[in-house]
Structure formats: C-alpha cells, structure tokens
Design a protein around this ligand. Structure first.
Ligand code: NIG
Ligand code: FE
Length: 407
C-alpha cells in the first residue's frame, strides 16, 4: 500500500535541481507530493494537488511565501573531533600561519591528542549536536572523515562513532577514511605512509565502514608519490579515492586525482588551467571550500574559471576545528560573494554537486521523481535569499525521506 507521506503546497518556488539549458530547473506556485519517502510528483500546484490532495497526506505543509530546495549535501567535513582550537583562530588573525601551527605540533596534531584521549561516548556526544546544527541549517547528507587518530585503534574508533551517529541521527553520513591526514609527531612521512598502507587500511577494510579514502597531498605533509601509494592501496581495499589538493601550494594533487579517477579533488585554491582541464576530462568533481579560505584569510579558489570552462563544482563547508562553520548557507553566501558564483550555481553546487562528489547523484541533491524526498524549506520566496540573507539561517523546515526532522 502506497503511503502519501507528505504534500508541500503553495510554495512560491520549488527547486528541482540543475536544468538542461537553465542553471536551475524550478517551478513557481508549486507543490511536491511524497509517497513512501520519495518524490512522487513535483510541479505547478494545479498539476499536483488533484491527484495528491494535501488532506490525504500524513504531513501537509503550507509553504506559502517560501522556497523549497533539495536538502544540502555537504561533501567535505572533518565534523568528528574533540577539543577547542578557537585560540588558533585568534592567533591566525594575529598573523600566525596554519602550516607553522601544524609544524609546532598544533593544528591537526592538537586535535589528534584530544581525540585519542576522548572515549567513544564523548566523541559521539560531540558529533550529535553538530549534526543537529547541520540539519537545522538544511543539510540532509554529510560526509565525515576520520583522520584525527593517526593510529589504527583511533582511526577505527572514529569510523565506528561515525557509524553510530549515522544510525542515531536522521542525516545520512558518508564515511571517509583519512589516516593520511597528517604525519604524527616523531614519525617521518614515508614510514607513516607505510603504516597507513600496511596496518590501517587492512583494518579499516575489515571493519567495513569507510567508503572513501582521502589524503592531504600537500607540501610538508604527504607528497604526490606517498598520496598515490595510499590511494592505490585504498582502491585495492575497495575505497574510492578523494584528494585534498593544491590547498597551500600547487603540488600535483589535482593531476593525481585525475589520474586515479578520484570521486573528487578538494580545496584547489592553487589549481591552474591544466589542473582544471585534467579534472574535467577525468570526471572528477572539484569540491570548493570557501569557508576555509575565509577563515584562513586566503584567496578563494577560482570557481569562475572552473564554471566558465564548462566544468561543474561542488561547494561544501569543510567543517573542522580550523573552519568552524556547519552552515551550508554561509558557504553558499561565500561562494557567491567571494567566488563570484551566481546564487543558482552555488545552490546547485551545494546540492547536486555535493552528491556527485560523494558518488550519489542518483540518490541525493535533486528533487526529481523517484528521488528520496530530502528537502529544506527556506522561509523566503526564493533561493536567492540564502546568500542574500548572509549570516542568518533562512532554513525553517527540513524533511528527510519526506519526514519532518527539523522545524
Ligand atoms: O580540509 N587541510 C587539511 N585538513 C582540513 C583541516 C583540518 C584541521 O585543521 O583540523 C581541511 O581544511
Ligand atoms: Fe579537509
């Protein structure tokens, strides 16, 4: 028996996803009907409401004056951590550099100490409220990386906490193994790379939680060759590659991502035209993280070049102790103002683009018929208000599989 889960009616606007010849396919004065958690029909209200009367639905939502969009797909976070690095934010404002802080044992390495000391319950108790905040800001799918353990036991614990959170929280979590996130203190990159490959990866594969394998390919972190070795080993264990590429310097991570057919190459602040062409050719999704550039005071990635050359990008928060924002709305505002994306481009990048970066384009990020009804309802008449009303959460209601989970 088909259940009419939800009808959202009288919306000022409903965004479907990217259009074929428009940046955004959208309907005005529209409705959406959800059966068994999936989009059954979407379009102008008069085409929907006779077949799917709101009064027959378990949840009838009057969205007058509001914009209905696909839930955000936040495709790059390090959202599971412990400790507080707000003092580093202040120090960076005073002129200290991220790499100096890391070289002195701060940054990622400081979070590693805090995570190793935290119990599983404490880690879970840290993560769940962040998921609540993400959800309240319209995110319905989020990727979370390990990488604050840097030893087998803690990397496995992080992935298991991510699994527990996924079970307990309505947001879908996509787990990524990132043992190669930094080189532990008192170890050199080459021998640690061996340990990631020989000790961590087999245990992670055996545990069976992680879907992607990511690496911080960066000067003074992991070289291109070390990154390649980690990602190749990950692929042998069934993990799809992702690469932190060209964040502080142009080292070659984007070309590596293209060569390996990675799902995404992320950051890309220093990517050049050759890198953009290689990624586009290989079908690797560039994931742009304007919040990171904002909080580092760095120049933004050249989103316009990616888009004007015909590529498509994802925009994500990069929520982590160095970039402390769970808000996709804020990332979209920065994408518009800092990276000159249009509101429509930024919205597509934060929904469909994110889904592509997570190999989920058929399951998330658009509101086409048959897709899960993961929806954010913006309390304003158009999606333009998301970046226009910067610094404010415009999302009022969130549905996951058609069920209200916020608002
Ligand atoms: O994507 N660049 C490396 N990793 C993170 C930062 C993690 C941290 O500083 O704790 C990033 O920005
Ligand atoms: Fe990252």
């Amino acid at each position: 028996m088909t259940e009419l889960t939800t009808v959202i009616h009288d919306a000022s606007e409903i965004v479907v996803g990217p259009g074929t010849d428009t940046p955004l396919e959208r309907y005005e004065n529209a409705a959406i009907a959800v059966t068994d958690g999936r989009v059954a029909a979407i379009g102008p209200i008069e085409e929907i409401i006779d077949e799917y009367p709101a009064e027959n639905a378990t949840h009838a939502i009057d969205a007058s004056g509001q914009s209905v969009i696909p839930g955000f797909v936040d495709s790059h976070t390090h959202g599971l951590f412990a400790g507080d690095r707000s003092d580093e934010f202040a120090a960076k404002l005073g002129g200290e550099r991220y790499q100096e802080i890391l070289a002195e044992g701060g940054g990622i390495l400081r979070t590693v100490s805090a995570v190793r000391e935290a119990s599983d319950d404490e880690l879970l108790a840290n993560l769940l409220p962040h998921l609540d905040t993400m959800c309240a800001h319209g995110t319905t799918t989020v990727e979370i990386k390990s990488g604050y353990g840097l030893d087998t036991e803690t990397e496995l614990r992080m992935l298991d906490v991510i699994r527990q959170a996924d079970e307990q929280h309505p947001i879908d979590i996509v787990p990524t193994f990132m043992g190669a996130h930094a080189v532990p203190e008192d170890e050199d990159a080459e021998s640690y790379t061996d340990r990631v490959i020989d000790e961590q990866l087999p245990a992670v594969a055996e545990q069976g939680i992680a879907e992607f394998c990511d690496v911080f390919c960066e000067e003074d972190v992991f070289s291109v060759e070390q990154s390649r070795r980690v990602l190749e080993a990950g692929m042998e264990h069934g993990l799809t590659p992702k690469v932190h590429a060209e964040e502080f310097v142009r080292l070659g991570g984007a070309q590596l991502a293209a060569e390996m057919g990675a799902a995404s190459a992320d950051h890309l602040l220093h990517a050049n035209a050759d890198d953009r062409a290689a990624l586009a050719e290989a079908g690797v999704t560039p994931v742009l993280l304007p919040g990171t550039a904002f909080s580092l005071g760095a120049d933004y990635a050249d989103a316009r070049a990616f888009l004007d050359e015909g590529g498509s990008v994802a925009v994500a928060t990069d929520f982590n102790p160095n970039c402390h924002s769970q808000s996709m709305g804020f990332a979209i505002a920065l994408a518009c103002v800092g990276m000159e994306m249009t509101p429509a481009e930024a919205l597509v990048a934060g929904t469909h683009g994110g889904a592509r970066a997570l190999d989920r384009a058929g399951e998330a990020g658009t509101l086409r018929e048959g897709m899960p009804a993961d929806v954010a309802i913006v309390d304003a008449p158009s999606h333009i208000h998301i970046p226009y009303n910067f610094g404010v959460n415009t999302v009022e209601t969130v549905l996951k599989d058609g069920e209200p989970v916020h608002g």
